[in-house]
Design a protein around this ligand. Structure first.
Ligand code: PGA
Length: 249
């Protein structure tokens, strides 16, 4: 049985006041015990989020990390620093990192390895652009991004990842993949992982991301190969995010 994971991705949004609001709301609500919830906040809020959510079951994570352990890399943040500030997960290869900050597959792999070296769970993000989907290259692109990382890891490392499928055309656009479209790609990813190891494929949590909202989460999460969500915009409103978490139970 794969435990669903709902991860909020605040991107470069939010405030310390919002962190406090989430802390109060999650302290007051009982989440389904069968659901894991994580909040990926901007670096400066990690410590406060860890404290505000410390009495809840919500895990705190970051949105990217350096591929280097330390040194003269002005502005960068290492995996060890994230861990020290309470992060337990980290997004790697989000499409905004790939397109806006030039992270290619090699850069994504280096960050996955850096995260693993500090016992952080890398949430590897993959997804195709609209152009690639229309050219019927969705599977080739997505599986290529998956293989670029999984090929370079050993069996124990592979089992420590979470994969998030986020069609780029659905991120922040209000345009969600239909449950059938999402399920088809998730099944393809699981099939790809089965080529490494059947147990790996069976245990791997595959999250869907891209305009997941309170009113479409249930039907997406009902798909057999969708094991949770990576939620951007809707994770900034506590009621919407709570509703999505509830619908995963
Ligand atoms: P969205 O973002 O839910 O606002 O589409 C998802 C993401 O980028 O992780």
């Amino acid at each position: 049985m794969r435990m669903p994971l709902i991860a909020g991705n605040w991107k470069m949004n939010g405030s310390l006041a919002l962190v406090e609001e989430f802390g109060r709301a999650f302290a007051d609500v009982s989440l389904p015990v069968s659901v894991e919830v994580a909040l990926m906040v901007p670096f400066p809020f990690l410590d406060a989020a860890g404290r505000a959510l410390g009495e809840t079951s919500v895990t705190v994570g970051a949105q990217t990390l350096s591929d280097q352990p330390s040194g003269a890399f002005t502005g960068e943040v290492s995996a060890a620093m994230l861990r020290e500030c309470g992060a337990r997960l980290v997004l790697v290869g989000h499409s905004e990192r790939r397109t806006l900050f030039g992270e290619d597959d090699a850069a994504v792999l280096a960050r996955v390895k850096a995260a693993l070296s500090e016992e952080l769970t890398p949430v590897l993000c993959v997804g195709e652009t609209l152009e690639e989907r229309e050219a019927e290259r969705t599977e080739a692109v997505v599986l290529g991004q998956v293989e670029a990382v999984f090929d370079a890891l050993d069996a124990a490392e592979r089992a420590r990842l979470v994969v998030a499928y986020e069609p780029v055309w659905a991120i922040g656009t209000g345009r969600t993949a239909s449950p059938e479209q999402a399920q088809a790609v998730h099944a393809a990813i699981r099939g790809c992982l089965a080529r490494y190891d059947a147990g790996l494929a069976d245990g791997m949590r595959l999250l869907y991301g891209g305009s997941m909202k309170a009113d479409n989460a249930a039907e997406l999460l009902a798909q057999p190969d969708i094991d949770g969500g990576l939620v951007g915009g809707a994770s900034l409103k506590v009621d919407d995010f709570l509703a999505i978490c509830q619908s995963a139970g």
